[in-house]
Design a protein around this ligand. Structure first.
Ligand code: AMP
Length: 380
């Protein structure tokens, strides 16, 4: 029987889930998203929309009443409200998992309890906690907001004792944690899925390059030894065994100089570093997420072509309407998210550069350099 899918969040992730859902009419008859922005990205591709904040209790209740199954593209939904509507709609990943993951301190404590390696961290409730923590971890260290922090916006790198007060004040009394700085040689991630029947599959390890704390590009596969890639995928599988609920999880990790692997962060949802799967793999992460929450057999995750995903971000010093981007190159796939207004570093779209047979990652990186200007954001 075809189901009505509710999604908390209708940004680009909700948009690409909606597009995947529309290709599965035998399983999903309608998509409804809850998002505060009128005419959000997902609504532009055929989702109905409830216009309200992600944490709006009545809106979540309405979404549950109108849906058979609920998922989310953003982890800031109210997990207690979601738990309370479980009788109205099936919710995946489970609200219990969401509650742990949406608080970075609870998330890291949970991983540690399950013997999964993470950077050293402590809870910060006062300036003296911070001073003590910095004595322990040294400089630099990262002060992080425990909740509702995206794209590094909730992090403050403390390089010296003079910055302690400034860092503490920056957060304005939010719940905080301090983390030891990890001098990693590479940031990587695994997109992992579990379906409601317990089947688990992972996509191959990818390499992530950040700028200004925001993902800039993903290289699939990661330029790292097979042994490390295997180890990272094993860690991802172990992590999936610990976390309840079905769906895609984006598991971000650091690889250190001596090839230790530490988990940096888990997202209980489809993830920016999985966008390459739209063109690099038989099953995209969006279809896989739907297969997982619908209890269908998970799709093939083999990487068919080396691929680079490059995020199209708003220019740093510009806010307003921007010129549309056109690209018609073989094996270059442009995806814009339908956002009318550019803001500094706002994610507006991405391109996937897919390798031809025999083409190397280095060649793809060179090709990307020739395209960068053509995908940059300029005022209309
Ligand atoms: P987050 O939002 O916490 O994932 O952090 C955003 C980015 O900050 C990460 O992708 C890393 O590049 C960097 N970062 C976060 N935590 C650490 C850490 N403990 N050591 C070094 N870099 C970090």
């Amino acid at each position: 029987m075809s189901k009505i899918l509710g999604i908390i969040g209708g940004g680009q992730l909700g948009m690409m889930i909606t597009e995947a859902a529309k290709k599965m009419p035998e399983h999903i008859s309608k998509i409804i998203v809850l998002d505060p922005i009128e005419n959000c990205s997902a609504s532009q591709v055929g989702a109905e929309q409830i216009i309200a904040d992600f944490k709006d209790k009545n809106a979540i209740i309405e979404l549950a009443k109108r849906s058979d199954i609920i998922t989310y593209e953003i982890e800031s939904g109210d997990s207690d409200v979601l738990k309370s509507v479980e009788n109205d709609a099936e919710i995946n990943p489970s609200p219990e998992t969401l509650k742990i993951i949406q608080d970075k301190f609870l998330q890291k404590s949970f991983l540690l309890q399950n013997n999964i390696q993470v950077p050293e961290f402590i809870k910060i409730e006062s300036i003296s906690d911070l001073e003590q923590g910095l004595k322990k971890f040294g400089y630099p260290s990262l002060l992080k907001a425990r909740r509702d922090a995206y794209d590094g916006r909730g992090n403050f790198k403390i390089d010296s004792p003079e910055q302690i007060q400034k860092a503490f004040d920056y957060f304005n009394e939010k719940n905080l944690m301090l983390e030891k700085f990890v001098p990693f040689k590479m940031e990587v991630s695994v997109i992992a899925a579990r379906n409601t029947k317990g089947q688990i599959k992972t996509f191959p390890l990818v390499e992530n390059i950040h700028q200004d704390n925001i993902l800039r590009k993903t290289i699939a596969p990661a330029r790292i030894s097979e042994k490390i890639a295997k180890k990272a995928e094993e860690i991802a599988k172990t992590t999936m065994d610990m976390l309840k609920g079905a769906g895609i999880f984006g598991i971000e990790m650091f690889v250190t100089e001596n090839d230790e692997i530490l988990i940096n962060e888990i997202a209980p949802r489809v993830h920016n570093s999985g966008h390459h799967t739209l063109e690099s793999s038989e099953t995209s992460q969006f279809e896989q997420h739907l297969r997982a929450i619908l209890g269908l057999e998970l799709g093939n995750t083999t990487l068919l072509h080396p691929t680079i995903m490059y995020n199209i971000l708003g220019s740093k010093n510009f806010e307003g309407e921007y010129k549309s981007i056109n690209l018609s190159e073989q094996n270059v796939f442009l995806k814009m998210y339908g956002k009318k207004i550019s803001k500094p570093l706002r994610k507006l779209g991405h391109v996937n550069l897919v390798g031809n047979p025999g083409e190397t990652i280095d060649q793809l990186l060179k090709k990307l350099e020739t395209l960068k200007d053509r995908v940059s954001i300029n005022p209309a």
